[in-house]
Design a protein around this ligand. Structure first.
Ligand code: 5GP
Ligand code: ZN
Length: 120
């Protein structure tokens, strides 16, 4: 799998070629506000490595994905989500056409803020 896809929108955002509102960055992860937020808090977390979707994950990615899961609540709190259990947030990973994925670079949606903001 390529580390960087020059035609990928999120690879361009990670590289700073397309501007974004950054939430977090380290050596392997990047997080930024969704351009069309569904809720008061809506940001995307991506690995810097170009992995097209959850369907391409391999056993060696387990640590990376684990770090994303551990980081999500920390960033959600930083971005204004109230504490669990009254507060909280939703994490979503759209995968493939049937999963509603539009950008083919693995990303976690982290969505929250006081309801109502989304049915379901
Ligand atoms: P998907 O449907 O692939 O799970 O979600 C892709 C998300 O990327 C959408 O929520 C969409 O609003 C967001 N998005 C698309 N283009 C851009 C962009 O140029 N900048 C940012 N920050 N978000 C984008
Ligand atoms: Zn990419």
């Amino acid at each position: 799998m390529t580390l960087h896809d020059p035609n990928c929108l999120f690879c361009k955002i990670i590289a700073g070629q397309i501007p974004s509102k950054k939430v977090y960055e380290d050596e392997e992860l990047f997080a930024f506000h969704d351009i069309h937020p569904w809720a008061p808090v809506h940001f995307l977390m991506v690995p810097k490595q170009h992995i097209p979707s959850m369907a391409q994950l391999q056993p060696e990615h387990a640590g990376l994905v684990g770090r994303m899961m551990v980081l999500a609540p920390q960033l959600a709190a930083q971005e204004g989500c109230r504490p669990y259990p009254q507060g909280g947030f939703r994490v979503m990973v759209n995968t493939g056409d049937d999963g509603g994925q539009e950008v083919h670079h693995l990303h976690l949606h982290v969505i929250g803020g006081p309801r109502p903001w989304l049915k379901g």
